[in-house]
Design a protein around this ligand. Structure first.
Ligand code: ADP
Ligand code: ZN
Length: 402
């Protein structure tokens, strides 16, 4: 079988790295292989896990460093070709066609978003506009003047661009937008509704991480938008229980674990992504049979424990955005003034009793009591890349582990 052959080959490549000594000589199945953690990459920073000679490298990227020291990703020419291919596939699934105008507002540079979408769009034969992130007023003008049909950005930045368009007096009729390819941060269906209404496009979710390849690990199809199709020729996925590391059943939430099947420069076995999702192997309504992951709920270390209730910021987002009059901009502040954690939700919006209506919705749907502060429109910081949703003030006052 193809996957088995790929797996044997990737195990042989990992044997050439310092992590090779962990692989049991008599392994027979994927589950006999050791997990790889982010700490392993940090320990061998920057290029200690190469499975190829340094001369074979053609590109370096890095994680955004959302969680501490960034990790380095290295690519051979073959790795770059695979990346373009999976990105082109993700964009094709979203409905991107040759000749379409792709406005790429993901950051260019070490971050994999910009160049990842760029390569995919070029591979398809689209007209690619490498705008990168930032200078939001210019984004608005270029979207109008060059008639972008596909917007690639984080979902939070897409909302910021929508505000830029409004400020510039540019309406839906001045634009040609059809498809939004959004990823790099968690977002909910409620956010999808907001972004689609703000920009007049169909919003699709794209997932990936630099350690594995960058964006292009999995993406939604335009037909069903019912989970993200994993690019299974290149990435083998499992979902495990965060604590026991045992596999969970299909449909159950757990940590996504990925084995790279074709990666040359830095192949990884059973990499613990830290991202929480679930898996289904049912065929999709679109006809594709690849496994699908649900939209990422958040990262393991994003989980908040508010008075004994475990929750992810995305659960707050889903409940919050369903409240009439709330704008899709929010921040969560977690504090521990005395013994117990307290959650404060900063939001924007209009309408009578907004704060108490938000409080009630959060209590009912998420099961926690939060303080709600409604801020004047525009006061909550807007993002040009990955939004910072949580401000954790707990460790400022109390040493870790107390
Ligand atoms: P960093 O981990 O430093 O942010 P990356 O830039 O490589 O580094 O980002 C990868 C991470 O971004 C993923 O592990 C995941 O947490 C998040 N991410 C990427 N795409 C999505 C998505 N579509 N939905 C939710 N989270 C995503
Ligand atoms: Zn599908």
């Amino acid at each position: 079988m193809r996957t088995t052959e790929h797996l044997e080959a990737v195990v042989e490549r990992v044997r050439r790295t310092p992590l090779g000594e962990r692989i049991p000589a008599d392994w027979a199945a994927l589950t006999d292989l050791p997990f790889t953690a982010k700490e392993d990459l940090r320990e061998h920073y920057p290029l200690g896990l190469l499975a190829v000679p340094r001369e074979a490298l053609r590109r370096i990227h890095a994680s955004s460093g959302s969680r501490g020291k960034p990790t380095i990703a290295a690519y051979t020419q073959h790795d770059l070709d695979v990346w373009s291919e999976v990105m082109a596939e993700c964009m094709t699934m979203a409905g991107v066609k040759p000749g379409m105008v792709v406005h790429n507002a993901y950051g260019y540079g070490l971050f994999t978003g910009g160049l990842g979408f760029h390569q995919g769009a070029e591979r398809i034969g689209a007209l690619t506009i490498p705008v990168s992130g930032g200078v939001t007023a210019r984004q608005a003008l270029l979207l109008r003047d060059l008639q972008g049909q596909v917007l690639c950005s984080t979902p939070s930045y897409a909302l910021h661009i929508a505000e830029g368009l409004r400020e510039a007096g540019i309406g839906p009729d001045d634009l040609a937008l059809e498809i939004g390819m959004f990823g790099a941060e968690p977002w909910t269906d409620a956010m999808r509704t907001e972004v689609e209404a703000a920009l007049g496009l169909m919003a699709l979710n794209v997932y990936g991480l630099s350690e594995i390849i960058g964006p292009g690990v999995a993406a939604e199809c335009a037909e069903a938008r019912d989970g993200l199709h994993v690019m299974e020729d290149h990435f083998l996925v499992e979902i495990i229980d965060v604590d026991s590391r045992a596999p969970v059943r299909d449909g159950e939430d757990g940590e996504l674990v990925i084995t790279t099947l074709t990666k040359e420069a830095m192949p990884l076995l059973r990499y613990r992504t830290g991202d929480i999702t679930s898996l289904t192997r049912e065929p999709c309504a679109c006809g594709r049979t690849s496994p699908r992951i649900s939209a990422i709920r958040g990262r393991v270390d994003d989980m908040l424990i508010i008075r004994g209730v475990n929750l992810y910021p995305s659960q707050i987002e889903e409940a919050l955005l369903h409240v009439e009059g709330v704008a899709p901009h929010y921040q969560l502040i977690v504090d521990r003034p005395k013994q117990l954690d307290e959650l404060t939700i900063l939001c924007e919006g209009r309408g009578a009793n907004l704060a108490s209506r938000v409080k009630e919705a959060i209590r009912e749907q998420v099961g926690v009591t939060a303080k709600v502060l409604v801020r004047p429109m525009g006061e909550i910081p807007r993002s040009e890349g990955k939004a910072v949703r949580v401000i954790d003030r707990r460790n400022l006052k109390q040493p870790k582990g107390v």
